[in-house]
Ligand binder design. Structure first.
Ligand code: AMP
Length: 249
């Protein structure tokens, strides 16, 4: 069974992002980029399925600039078998990515596609769901456990206030939540081996997709700065401040 793992190159989660002075977006100059953390979890899950003998081949796919090749190499060093880079120089919207992934799924015939539940740059949380719709496949989103057996996938989902377990017919879409697993670090020998693994380069037109944006970002702004706290001496003072200053009681 082939497993497709879409991975996005995003600003590293440790970077404190800066909004551009003209508020048109986030400043990406000299900023460390990494694999979206939820996608690392997706790669790890696919590798674990291969180690269990369930998956036979793992294909890591990224839609993005030439540099996204480094992100694919990271997935190959973790244990993916080959990569596909679909080159787009500008920002791509979830629907564009979903259409490209649908084209790749039709060409490759995977039984499972494991995406992240969201990319931490745009927080869209859309691509997996749109892809399931385009392919007409079942989906298990926000997965914290995945088991494949007898041509079905059992997915435990993190929902508000608890867990929900669903059974999906394969082929299916799964999106990862934080508690699904802890991704491994690539070892040095595996980083070396990954250099020899193949990465195909494609363009959106290979899948009949026009990557032109449909949305225009009007404004990006930073969250309001937090004001400093104060220490109160008594409960009475606290209640007085909550009533008269904060206006919350
Ligand atoms: P989003 O819908 O943008 O929050 O992204 C959800 C998931 O879709 C990500 O965690 C990735 O698995 C996948 N994805 C989104 N954008 C891309 C991209 N440009 N290339 C590859 N995978 C992507």
């Amino acid at each position: 069974m082939k497993v497709l793992v879409p991975i996005k190159r995003v600003v590293d989660y440790n970077v404190k992002i800066r909004v551009k002075a003209d508020q048109t977006g986030v400043d990406l100059a000299n900023v460390k980029m990494s694999m979206n953390p939820f996608d690392e979890i997706g790669v790890e899950e696919a590798i674990r399925l291969k180690e269990k003998g369930v998956a036979t081949e793992i294909i890591a796919v990224s839609v993005g600039p030439q540099e996204a090749q480094e992100t694919i190499r990271t997935a190959l060093a973790m244990g993916a078998d080959r990569g596909i880079l679909v080159k787009v120089a500008h920002e791509v919207e979830p629907l564009t990515v979903a259409k490209i992934l649908a084209g790749i799924a039709k060409a490759e015939g995977p039984q499972l596609i494991i995406l992240g539940k969201q990319a931490i740059d745009d927080d869209s949380n859309q691509t997996g769901q749109m892809l399931a719709q385009l392919l007409g496949w079942a989906q298990g989103t926000f997965a914290s456990k995945v088991t494949i057996e007898g041509g079905k996938a059992e997915v435990t989902r993190e929902v508000d206030g608890g867990l929900q377990t669903v059974r999906l017919n394969l082929p299916a879409i799964v999106t990862t939540d934080l508690r699904l697993n802890e991704p491994r670090y690539a070892s040095l020998p595996n980083i070396m081996k990954a250099k020899k693994k193949p990465i195909d380069e494609k363009s959106p037109s290979d899948y009949g997709v026009d990557p032109a944006p449909r949305l225009k970002v009007l404004k990006v702004s930073e969250p309001p700065k937090r004001k400093g706290g104060v220490k109160v001496k008594t409960v009475q003072e606290l209640v007085e401040k909550l009533k008269n200053e904060a206006g919350v009681i």
